[in-house]
Design a protein around this ligand. Sequence first.
Ligand code: NAP
Ligand code: F7E
Length: 456
Amino acid sequence: MTREEKARLNSFVAKNVNMLLEEKGMTQRELAEKVGKSEAEVSRWLTGRNGFSKTAIARLSVALGHDITTRPVGLGTGGNTDNIVKHGNRKVALITGVTGQDGSYLSEFLLEKGYEVHGIIRRSSVDFRERIAHLEGRPNFHLHYADMSDSMSIVKVIDTVRPDEVYNLAAQSHVQVSFDSPEFTADVDAVGVLRVLEAVRACHLEQTCRIYQASTSELYGKVEQVPQNENTPFHPYSPYAVAKLYGFWIVKEYREAYNMFCCSGILFNHESERRGETFVTRKITLAAARIAQGHQDCLWLGNLSSLRDWGYAKDYVECMWLILQQDKPEDFVIATGVQHSVREFCYEAFKCAGITLEFSGEGLEEKGICVAGPKNLVGKTLVAVSEDFYRPTDVVNLWGDPTKAKAKLKWNPNKTSFEQLVELMVKHDMAKVAGEGAAMKVRTNLAEYLEKGIVR
Ligand code: NAP
Ligand code: F7E
């Protein structure tokens, strides 16, 4: 048998195994247990990366109750073996940044829609991928090691998965951190986008694979117009925004130069109970919960007057998908059209935790004092300002205009109100802190506490 014939047979068998797993509702983990192999090994079979020995075929056939070298009756589309991991009529999506806030919600959304979802993960010394732990082991959910700074790794994954849709969400996404690590941010957030586009071309998928790029309202930066829409001029105002600007333009360039279906979603801030703990909203909801439960004295923040258009991440991932389902590739602003300050977010979050704040003073002297709530807190300063959390250049007036998304995507930007968003985040963090309470008291990680504004 030639190498090519072997590869064809291998992908045919892999496809059969996937179909059988799905038909039986069996997880990768369960199959691994049945055949006495590791989950990683089973995953390599399922994605066509490992060949099937005679023994493997025999064991898998017994475990699945069917000869895996023959197509299961009534399933799939027949003997098409030219796509290693595309099964039946399922669409195949590849998500970079699958472990992040948006990646986790998008995975759930696409699985629910019947997609086969592949995600890129990078090696970490801590193995537990909290946001997607509940999805690991699901038959249509696969993970691959790669890194946005490593072109070959991206090419390999795209060649293996041969996706219909790529959602490029991976990024160093923290604006403050981009001032500390500007070169890394540029490599991942700017050149990383180019690597994905080039990988799709290198695998000859440019006419079939649609690409979503996670662009950002940070492009408007030192804003030149409010509210901001698709025609507002860009004025990036941080190393993060400058890197993302490259990503935006290179996507547009590939769309025009190579006629590729690639689009940017210019998403305004979107938050959730899965938001990273050092973004301002989550920092506030966690602090409100800790203060209400006696585990923190005061919350230290930076610019309280900064204005944002905050939405719910779970609502926003739907737009990423909708953007790729349009007839022609276009960029879209995704926002709620409602603006609030960091101070207002604080007020609302503490209110949800049973504490009424009153703000007085200005700049570094401003304080949020408890005027109603638990007796032991009344009269105390619970929110204070520290210059540690001011940025060298800060974006202070973001307000999106989602008119185009409403009209063309038929998307409802106000599904979750600001008040509902704050409430669901605080509720989540009240429960989290209650569960962790005892452990929190003995933790003394000063560096982490400094970053999260728990101590100064
Ligand atoms: P996030 O929670 O910070 O997730 C970022 C993801 O990127 C994580 O999965 C992270 O992996 C991955 N990543 C970072 N560097 C990588 C590398 N070198 N190679 C491979 N993966 C890497 O961000 P998010 O809030 O979900 O945002 C998703 C995307 O939307 C980002 O591109 C962000 O810039 C953009 N965006 C976000 C917002 C927002 O408000 N959330 C608004 C506009 C645009 P680890 O888990 O291993 O770190
Ligand atoms: O800051 C101010 C801060 O870090 C919001 C990312 O997802 O959204 C996010 O970027 C505002 C800024 O988000 C603190 O100065 C005050 O004005 O929560 P943030 P961000 O910078 O808007 C955009 C759209 C993205 O694309 C990014 O990936 O809040 N602020 N005090 C503070 N911010 C933080 N983090 N910590 C403070 O203590």
